[in-house]
Design a protein around this ligand. Structure first.
Ligand SMILES: Nc1nc2c(ncn2[C@@H]2O[C@H](COP(=O)(O)OP(=O)(O)OP(=O)(O)O)[C@@H](O)[C@H]2O)c(=O)[nH]1
Ligand SMILES: [Mg+2]
Length: 391
């Protein structure tokens, strides 16, 4: 599957940069392309120059709202982020048009954090605009939810998240939710190490996007997972997970016989990888709430057999009994067996509901505060009414 990837704001831009590296890796190691164009859009010039892999010309690192923000971001005011995206949206559409192999792209992936201003405000506007211009391609959003400590110290974080999620839910074909906090728990040393978190966020997409682009028969599985399967699966609220088991690189001759013991070890490793994928989903949710699901098994051809694929299917069926499940196998490198899982069309997402209910109670407070600020500004203005002005 080939994507056009666009990151908004600091978080979105950095994760898009990570996708640019995935594509470089796919090209270098596998001789295939999984991304036709990668762009970063921001109101903050410094953030754009901090990226490393996205092409550095103004058509790929796109500065918007320069006049309004002087290139310094919107300071978490998502209404301003939305306003700027509306004014400068055509700049982004023009840039997309320059993508050389745009016609090969299967879908768009737009990325932003829900808690900031530029990304959070800009992503719903741009999703809508892109859908209007390119009606034939699905537009997916990857939305990064804030760390817990941000939610407790700054209420704008929750309000912005609620507004962003509500807005994208009515325009995007699917919204992949990624909770920053989940990646802190995985490995405490990652705290404050956003670069590593970003790499973990992008990683599950690697095999998923590569599988359907392989041309060499030895890398084409019995059931190849292609763009069609992914597009059929991605609908509405979505989470993604990835898990792996290490395999011995060399097998002793007596181990190579296909005996029952080896088969049960393979199954065990497969289930272990799937367990990890499910327990480390990008957002905590209940698989029972999924109406669509997909899993991709990647392992050396010798390690895969139909029983293993079936076992994994049965396992996921138990966890997500309502879901229509699609699957694929992908014969790849030695030494590792990994499983990528998508749960989609979730009909219950507690985290999103919490954002909505907390924000609803915050709205009167926020409004009152805005009125107070306006009132104070009016007072200052009134006090100056008899002073002559030079303008
Ligand atoms: N995973 C991840 N999260 C990030 C990164 N940078 C910022 N965040 C999170 O994103 C949220 C803030 O959004 P930003 O992307 O910084 O904001 P922005 O869209 O640039 O908007 P403004 O700076 O307000 O103009 C917070 O919840 C941060 O924790 C990153 O590189 N990776
Ligand atoms: Mg910013």
């Amino acid at each position: 599957m080939k994507l056009v990837v666009i990151g908004f704001g600091q978080c979105g831009g950095r994760i898009a940069d990570e996708f640019a590296r995935l594509n470089r890796r796919a090209r270098g190691y596998r001789g295939i392309e999984i991304i036709t164009g990668v762009f970063a859009v921001n109101t903050d010039a410094a953030d754009l120059s901090g990226l490393t892999t996205i092409r550095s010309d103004y058509q790929h690192r796109i500065l918007i709202g320069g006049r309004k923000t002087g290139g310094h971001g919107v300071g978490k005011i998502n209404e301003l982020g939305a306003e700027i995206a509306t004014e400068d949206g055509d700049k982004i559409i023009d840039a997309i048009r320059t993508t050389r192999r745009f016609f090969e792209s299967d879908a768009f992936l737009l990325i932003a954090a829900s808690a900031g201003g530029t990304g959070s405000g800009g992503i719903p506007i741009m999703t809508q605009l892109i859908k209007e211009r390119y009606g034939d391609k699905p537009v997916y959003n990857l939305i990064v939810l804030p760390f817990e400590h941000e939610e407790t110290t700054e209420e704008r974080t929750i309000y912005n998240s609620a507004v962003c999620l509500k807005s994208v839910s009515s325009v995007a074909d699917a919204i992949i939710l990624v909770d920053n906090q989940r990646y802190v728990r995985k490995d405490f040393s990652l705290r404050n190490n956003l670069a590593k978190i970003n790499a973990l966020i992008a990683e599950p997409f690697y095999n998923l996007l590569c599988a359907g682009e392989e041309k060499k028969p030895k890398h084409i599985g019995a059931r190849m997972l292609d763009a069609g399967d992914i597009m059929q699966t991605l609908v509405g609220w979505t989470v993604i997970g990835y898990g792996k088991s290490l395999l011995p690189l060399i097998r002793l001759p007596f181990e190579q016989r296909r005996n029952f013991r080896k088969k049960s070890t393979e199954t065990h490793k497969g289930i272990h990888a799937m367990d990890e994928a499910i327990s480390e989903l990008s957002l905590n949710c209940n698989p029972k709430d999924a109406n669509r699901a997909l899993y991709l098994l990647a392992a050396p051809a010798k390690e895969m057999n139909m029983d293993l694929v079936k076992e994994l299917g049965d396992y996921l069926r138990d966890l997500a009994p309502k879901a229509v499940i699609r699957n694929g196998d992908y014969p790849r490198e030695k030494g590792v067996l990994d499983v990528t899982v998508i749960l989609s069309e979730l009909d219950k997402v507690e985290k999103v509901r919490d954002y909505y209910s907390t924000s609803t109670s915050l709205i009167p407070e926020i409004k009152q505060r805005q009125e107070e600020i306006k009132g104070k500004l009016r007072e200052i203005e009134d006090a100056s009414k008899d002073i002559p002005s030079l303008l």
